[in-house]
Design a binder for this molecule. Structure first.
Ligand code: C2E
Ligand code: MG
Ligand code: MG
Length: 593
């Protein structure tokens, strides 16, 4: 029993993460005061570890710890009672102790007790003369020990309570899970993650409504959640707009999911909070002690992402989806490093040709990432992962700098080639984007109309008002604009017509049908080309892989084309040679005609 208690005591001490931490003025202040009150040279906050007394704070002592054996502070920690030794020489227990040998004659220690009742050690004073202690001195020592504990618990609470909602944090969730796994191993539970909004949505809310209003909404949501859970279950605030909690033990899955569903229906029905209408809930079944605490929460979050993507309110953890999430997470983590490294990212350039003459007019810069261990990762995979994060800005800046350097080189070499770069929807929110593009051009003495910015139709439709404003600014700056992946977004014609874009790029999916020779596909593409012309756009076809498709598009009046038929995207150093060969081909063809 004694041992069991000692293990609990040591666990409590470890959990506070105080051992071997640096000295801190907030403790030293109290120790100094103790030494002054007693008019004694030595005082310490002494924590009782397995076999040492470690001093979190000390005056008049050189060592930062002494052996626990025959240290009076250890007795204080074990009994949770004050200990006074008026004269070491007269004490049967301590006459032969290390302290006595070092010349100590007097000791008084008051216990440091946690709210759970564990004794961590003592606040103590020591003297080199025998001495007595008055009741008021003892009362002062006990008060000071309580101040030390208040300080310890304050520091411990830091990072454990969310300042917005007042709920326990992810750190606390993890620690509580570790405790539960120790106390009730083998019990079956569900971890539930409640995701109020995606991070990018949240930052958009913050921009639109102001941080304080969003914090209020998160608070309201947390209150609604905690009320629904009743005081018996703790809700944790584990991410900016994510909460988590644990199910009771050994409930049956279907019944529990049903309960969750009705709980959230009730919250929705009674809540005025806008967020609560779009919550995504992830449920991770697990057995206490068998899954690491971090994995429990990550699994529940991963399921919440599934719920959001699949537009269902609740999703149960799936390990295959989780693998995909883990890969996404890893790519996201590693992409930051890729931007810093100088050998992982590069641009390749895909030629765009005038279909009537076969001449290359411009190239599209496309980003390539060679991951140090995973190898080549397609932009179709990594761009969607990073473009909703703060990395989008840096990425676009990297592409812009690299591509404009290249364009400046072509200009110096006398090449009239133009350049397109792709940007993401989230780049719209950067108020200085147009300025950065303009200064990039200016620094390299490039004319604005040599650069074209491609934006997908769906990115534009994601935030139509912002897109319109930014495209206007760009157009005013003289930069050309292209609507990429045309035909794949649900944009209204009236809206498209108002966009100050010059070019639409018909998505490859439609062009692929042409290669297959399907006549209904041909009719569709022809209609798109006509429509785009009527709206005043030049038309570029993407993904041309066959002569048939190229010929059909030329007949339809499509001005330009891009695709493997002409060239795959090329490394910058291979481009000049390709251009020379292409020019020679065109001249040859014209001469032959
Ligand atoms: P996108 O802008 O529509 O680019 C065209 C994609 O089609 C490129 O894929 C290109 O390699 C590919 N392609 C070109 N011709 C053919 C063809 O004949 N057949 C087939 N099957 N594919 C062809 P890539 O380079 O993998 O890029 C995929 C997408 O990733 C791009 O689509 C673009 O949306 C995005 N992306 C690429 N680079 C960047 C970048 O620097 N910034 C941003 N924001 N997005 C980028
Ligand atoms: Mg593009
Ligand atoms: Mg495209």
């Amino acid at each position: 029993m004694r041992n069991y208690q000692e293990e609990g005591r040591l666990a409590a001490l470890r959990q506070l993460k105080l051992l071997d931490t640096p000295a801190s003025e907030s403790f030293d202040r109290i120790t100094r005061m103790a030494s002054q009150i007693f008019n004694l040279p030595v005082a310490a906050v002494s924590l009782t570890d397995r076999d040492r007394q470690w001093f979190k704070s000390r005056v008049g002592i050189d060592h930062d710890s002494i052996p626990r054996d025959k240290a009076p502070c250890s007795e204080v920690a074990e009994t949770n009672e004050p200990v006074v030794i008026e004269d070491f020489a007269a004490s049967p227990s301590y006459a032969d102790s290390l302290l006595a040998h070092a010349g100590t004659r007097f000791y008084a220690g008051a216990p440091l007790i946690t709210t759970d009742g564990y004794g961590l050690g003592a606040l103590c004073v020591l003297g080199t003369e025998p001495r007595q202690i008055t009741p008021s001195e003892m009362a002062a020592l006990i008060d000071l020990a309580a101040m030390v504990m208040a300080q310890i618990e304050l520091q411990h609470a830091f990072g454990r309570i969310d300042p917005v909602s007042g709920l326990a944090t992810q750190m606390q969730f993890r620690d509580d899970l570790v405790d539960l796994a120790r106390d009730r191993p083998g019990e079956r539970r569900f971890a539930v993650a409640v995701d109020l909004a995606r991070d990018d949505e949240l930052s958009r809310f913050r921009q639109a409504m102001g941080g304080a209003r969003v914090d209020d909404m998160i608070c309201e949501a947390s209150l609604a959640l905690q009320t629904a859970l009743t005081p018996a279950r703790t809700a944790y605030h584990v991410g900016a707009a994510q909460f988590a909690f644990l199910s009771p033990p050994d409930v049956e899955q279907d019944a529990y999911l049903g309960l969750l569903r009705s709980t959230f229906d009730t919250i929705r029905a009674v809540s005025s909070v806008r967020f609560v209408t779009s919550v995504a809930i992830g449920v991770r079944p697990f057995i206490l002690g068998e899954v690491a605490a971090d994995d429990v929460l990550r699994g529940a979050s991963s399921a919440a992402q599934d719920a959001r993507r699949e537009d269902g309110a609740i999703a149960v953890y799936s390990s295959s989806n989780d693998m995909a999430h883990r890969r996404r997470y890893r790519l996201l983590q590693d992409f930051g490093a890729a931007l810093e490294a100088d050998d992982q990212l590069r641009l390749v350039y895909q030629p765009r040709l005038a279909l009537a003459t076969g001449r290359c007019i411009s190239v599209e810069a496309l980003l390539r990432w060679r991951h140090p261990t995973l190898g080549d990762i397609s932009p179709a995979e990594f761009i969607p992962i990073i473009e909703r994060t703060t990395l989008a800005r840096q990425t676009t800046q990297w592409v812009l700098n690299t591509a404009l350097d290249e364009l400046a080189g072509w200009q110096r070499a006398g090449s009239p080639l133009n350049l397109s770069i792709n940007i993401s929807a989230s780049n719209f929110s950067e108020t200085d984007l147009v300025e950065r593009i303009q200064s990039g051009l200016l620094q390299r003495r490039l004319r604005a109309d040599r650069l074209e910015i491609e934006l997908t139709e769906s990115a534009i439709m994601d935030q139509p008002d912002r897109a319109m404003a930014m495209l206007r600014e760009l157009a005013d700056a003289g930069v050309s604009l292209a609507i990429d992946d045309f035909g794949t977004g649900q944009s209204s014609l009236a809206y498209l017509q108002r966009l100050p874009a010059h070019v639409v790029k018909i998505d490859q999916a439609f062009v692929r049908g042409l290669s297959a020779g399907d006549s209904s596909d041909a009719t569709l593409v022809e209609t798109m080309v006509d429509l785009a012309h009527k709206l005043g756009f030049r038309v570029v076809a993407e993904g041309i892989e066959t002569h048939n498709a190229a010929a059909a598009l030329a007949r339809m009046g499509c001005e330009e084309g891009q695709g493997y038929l002409f060239s795959r995207p090329l490394d910058a150093d291979r481009l000049p040679r390709w251009l020379v060969e292409r020019d020679a081909d065109c001249t040859g063809q014209t001469a032959a005609a």
